[in-house]
Ligand binder design. Structure first.
Ligand SMILES: [Zn+2]
Length: 694
């Protein structure tokens, strides 16, 4: 799966720095408690003192935001996403706990053992640094950079993280029926290249703290203070050089920027020092003559770096990545230091999540479709799937109507857009065919070993796709995940069972609230097929222009309006000598376009549904018209709090806007909102001029 093409509705960050999987608590007296049910429409969340026409987010969420502080083990706390994620994880935990104690099937034995190996902190503690020693012994053999291809493949064959670059198999952007090898930049430990190369007060401070963290980790692994300082400096120097060679996240969003087909021989010319034939042979991938080098400059620069840095620096770099990549699965001293920097300093998380939460997430990440099979049996009845199929059909019709009536598009392009829409594939709930994890060896007393086996399995699963037909039934998220995504190469929309629950999707609530919840999520994913990135792919998932020149120009003017608008929204206010930080309009453009389109087409689908029942949006329930309930239901999906550290990190790294702007940005571009709340034109949420793409 090519992660740069994957468009989920949000980035999951709860309890975790983005650069790092979730942290694991070692001091764990927390007894799990079943989370309460989540209301789909929450009158008590509303701040009636606020004016919906001035700040709708404050109106719909103000009371919730005021009374729901971020729990100390989280960095973001959102009324819908976080609460549902906690609930789903608790249900997952119940299964894992039972399977660990008394498995009833081979599958349960496997995921129960995985869970048990994570919960067994006594064994983890006793092992200390020992699980890293074999990798460090392998690295110690390096005496010349020419040996790096063999060494990297050896580490990867053991399942040890090594940094450097990303390599895998994914669909060819220009021929989605082909699975080809793909090479991406990599190598950074901090969340983005800006952390290394931008000289703001905040990034400068974080760099100094990162060096201290590197020193402490090397010292914990046995370095003298002098050695630790030297190793830390080497890691920082190499990662900084790699950051300078990296393509920015915004540039990476354009598919044409990351599509460069190279013959293997030409890749070799790009990096003469690194013998790719040794590497490709040793990692056990099938033969190929060409591949996509997504970021050629990175590899060109890497060649220079390989020559300029001494071999000892590369050893330090590799030692660091082996240690850092597995730190959360080691004993308390390593875990705590890793948490202190990557979770507390970078994201503002005050304490680690309880061990049971972390271990449940770990099994979901490694054996998601194993434990997910049992999870959906309990939590996703066939009736839920049937109603979801109907909702998706209603949204598809509404997007079709929207395309046909768009004020700015020529008929030829409208026809092409409709063709693409008609080719959408929908995946709802869970895969038709489950992945077979039986080859992953799981030992109840070997957490790090289990993680190695899981990582080798994932890699081999990926490599096995090379040259094979594309499996259209494949999923990129586990069933309990509270998220959804669009994949332009598949041209498919995917809704895991985890998000098809209240408050997103609720049998017991009126359709206005359901269309504002899951309806907008569906519309959001569909609109991704037509955002600045998705619109460059046709219905077959191929990178190919299907708009006329004039339409593309009009489209770009319209997306430019959205980009400028969101660049004006503040992500974090000025404080403590730090300047205010705004959103990056270009980085968040695809998501904002999807939010705007989703809100519009889900509303049209609601009108259709009500019309079929001879109802109107002016009818009232609990003092609100159905139109108002739709918009409040939508806004309340995004009620949330987050730490300032994570707000600033996400403004740099996340293609999604924060909840407040997902709400206020979308409603101020949709005139039906102003009408529903009787706003005067010219108020902030009902401006005279607004942006519209779809
Ligand atoms: Zn999205």
């Amino acid at each position: 799966m090519n992660l740069f093409r994957f468009a989920p509705i949000l980035i999951l960050t709860a309890g975790t720095a983005l650069a790092q999987a979730p942290a694991v608590s070692h001091a764990d007296a927390n007894k799990p408690e079943p989370p309460a049910a989540i209301k789909s429409f929450d009158l008590s969340a509303i701040d009636k003192t606020a004016d919906p026409c001035t700040d709708f987010y404050q109106y719909a969420c103000g009371n919730w935001v005021k009374t729901n502080a971020i729990p100390s083990d989280q960095v973001r706390w959102a009324r819908s996403f976080s609460l549902l994620r906690e609930r789903n994880r608790y249900l997952l935990f119940e299964e894992l706990d039972a399977a660990a104690k008394a498995p009833k099937s081979t599958l349960q034995k496997q995921y129960g053992d995985m869970f048990a190996s994570c919960m067994d902190t006594a064994t983890v503690e006793k092992k200390g640094f020992a699980p890293i020693k074999p990798a460090w012994a392998t690295i110690a053999k390096l005496s010349d950079v020419k040996q790096l291809p063999a060494l990297l493949s050896e580490l990867e064959n053991q399942g040890v993280p090594d940094g450097f670059f990303g390599f895998g198999v994914g669909q060819d952007d220009k021929d989605s029926s082909k699975q080809i090898a793909q090479l991406f930049q990599g190598g950074l430990s901090l969340p983005d290249r800006d952390y290394y190369i931008v000289d703001t007060k905040r990034f400068t401070a974080i760099r100094a703290q990162y060096i201290e963290h590197l020193k402490k980790m090397f010292a914990l692994a046995g370095d003298t203070p002098e050695q630790a300082a030297k190793e830390a400096a080497a890691v920082m120097e190499i990662e900084t050089a790699m950051a300078k060679s990296s393509m920015s996240r915004t540039d990476m969003r354009s598919p044409e920027n990351r599509y460069h087909i190279y013959a293997v021989a030409d890749l070799q010319k790009l990096t003469p020092v690194f013998d790719w034939s040794i590497f490709f042979k040793a990692i056990g991938i099938g033969h190929f003559d060409t591949l996509n080098v997504a970021t050629p400059n990175f590899f060109k620069d890497l060649n220079g770096l390989l020559q300029s840095e001494p071999v000892d620096a590369w050893k330090s770099y590799l030692r660091w990545h082996a240690l850092h990549g597995q730190a959360r699965d080691l004993s308390k001293a390593f875990f705590d230091e890793n948490f202190a920097f990557f979770s507390k300093t970078l994201s503002g998380q005050q304490e680690p999540e309880a061990r049971w939460k972390q271990c449940s997430s770990l099994v979901d990440r490694t054996l998601g479709e194993a434990v997910g099979q049992d999870w959906v049996k309990e939590n996703f009845p066939p009736a839920a799937k049937d109603s979801m199929v109907k909702l998706v059909a209603a949204l598809e019709k509404s997007l079709g109507d929207d395309i046909r009536t768009l004020p700015w598009m020529t008929d030829a392009t409208k026809k092409a857009a409709e063709e693409k829409l008609n080719m959408f594939r929908n995946k709802i709930g869970y895969p038709e065919k489950w992945r077979d994890y039986s080859s992953i060896k799981v030992d109840r007393t070997d957490l790090v070993g289990n993680m190695h086996h899981a990582s080798v399995y994932e890699r081999n699963y990926d490599f096995a796709k090379l040259g094979k037909p594309v499996d259209e039934k494949e999923w990129g998220m586990s069933p309990p995940t509270v998220n959804a995504y669009y994949n332009p190469s598949f041209n498919d929309i995917n809704f895991p069972a985890g998000i098809l629950q209240p408050p997103f999707f609720d049998f017991k609530i009126d359709p206005a609230v359901n269309f504002g919840g899951i309806g907008v999520v569906i519309g959001h994913e569909m609109t991704h097929g037509f955002d600045d990135e998705g619109s460059k792919f046709d219905g077959h998932g191929n990178l190919r222009e299907w708009q006329t020149d004039a339409d593309r120009k009009a489209f770009t003017e319209r997306t430019g309006c959205i980009a400028d608008e969101y660049s004006g929204f503040e992500a974090s206010p000025a404080h403590d000598g730090l300047p205010a930080m705004n959103l990056k309009g270009e980085l968040t453009l695809g998501e904002n376009t999807a939010d705007n389109g989703g809100l519009r087409i889900a509303y049209a689908a609601l009108l259709d549904t009500l019309a079929a029942e001879n109802k109107s949006v002016t009818e009232q329930i609990d003092g609100y018209t159905l139109a108002q309930r739709y918009f409040i239901g939508f806004a309340q999906i995004w009620c949330g709090n987050q730490t300032d550290q994570i707000a600033r990190m996400l403004a740099t790294t996340d293609p999604h806007s924060p909840g407040k702007w997902r709400v206020n940005g979308s409603v101020q571009n949709f005139e039906e909102f102003g009408k529903a709340f009787g706003c005067k034109q010219g108020t902030p949420m009902y401006p005279a001029k607004s942006c519209r793409v779809w």
